[in-house]
Design a protein around this ligand. Structure first.
Ligand SMILES: C[S@@+](CC[C@H](N)C(=O)[O-])C[C@H]1O[C@@H](n2cnc3c(N)ncnc32)[C@H](O)[C@@H]1O
Length: 197
């Protein structure tokens, strides 16, 4: 199969990897939600061989993820799981969850679903790291993010850059406490929470 390719993944993968090296250093089993092409998975799993990196996405994206995993032939990337936030969650628990560029693609009720599903997926003490753009205090952090948000909403009105405070409130309701909110290149963030209850 022709492998799907995301130029953005090539640009952001090493900056994200630097965050994961710190926060996931003592982790063993990671669930990636919305793996997309699968590029992030092969990059991170190759660099962090002590982790089992479990990819997942809606069914339509699984052939592409499988193509990336098959080519990389890594020992720590099991077959991708179908995981649509609108359906049942995988019947497994993890000590880390990672998701990149999904909050602004999912409709807000789907973001709410995702956080409602997290307690069943995360062991006590598990970490959640989310990469992507956020707004703060109801404001964009850059003109480029404002333009990106406008293009997202013009394409699909239910999409859009989320307010960090609203997402953090969902995390709190799921028993997660904020560990770090790190600035990333190109006006993105890497936000990490820990399940504390
Ligand atoms: C912009 S892409 C990001 C893909 C990849 N994480 C990356 O950073 O390149 C958004 C991803 O969210 C996934 N997604 C959207 N709605 C979803 C849902 N309801 N359940 C699970 N994944 C969903 C899409 O299939 C897609 O892989």
């Amino acid at each position: 199969m022709h492998k799907p390719f995301s130029p953005a993944c090539e640009r952001n993968r090493d900056a994200i990897l630097a965050v994961l090296r710190e926060h996931f250093a003592d982790r063993t089993q990671v669930l990636e939600i919305g793996s997309g092409t699968g590029q992030h998975a092969v990059h991170f799993a190759a660099a962090l061989p002590e982790l089992v990196w479990q990819t997942s996405d809606v069914a339509a994206n699984l052939p592409g993820i499988r193509a990336w995993l098959a080519e990389a032939r890594l020992p720590n990337t099991p077959a991708p799981l179908v995981f649509d936030i609108n359906a049942a969650a995988p019947n497994a628990t993890f000590d880390a969850i990672f998701s990149a560029n999904t909050m602004h693609i999912m409709a807000w009720p789907e973001v709410q679903n995702l956080f409602a599903l997290l307690p069943a997926l995360m062991r006590l003490g598990a970490l959640l790291t989310i990469y992507g753009p956020f707004n703060y205090g109801g404001a964009f952090t850059s003109a480029s993010n404002a333009a990106f948000d406008a293009s997202l909403r013009a394409d699909q009105p239910q999409r859009g850059i989320r307010d960090f405070e609203a997402v953090d409130a969902l995390a709190g309701a799921a028993g997660l406490v904020l560990v770090e909110d790190r600035a990333m290149p190109a006006n993105n963030r890497c936000v990490t929470w820990r399940r504390s209850s």
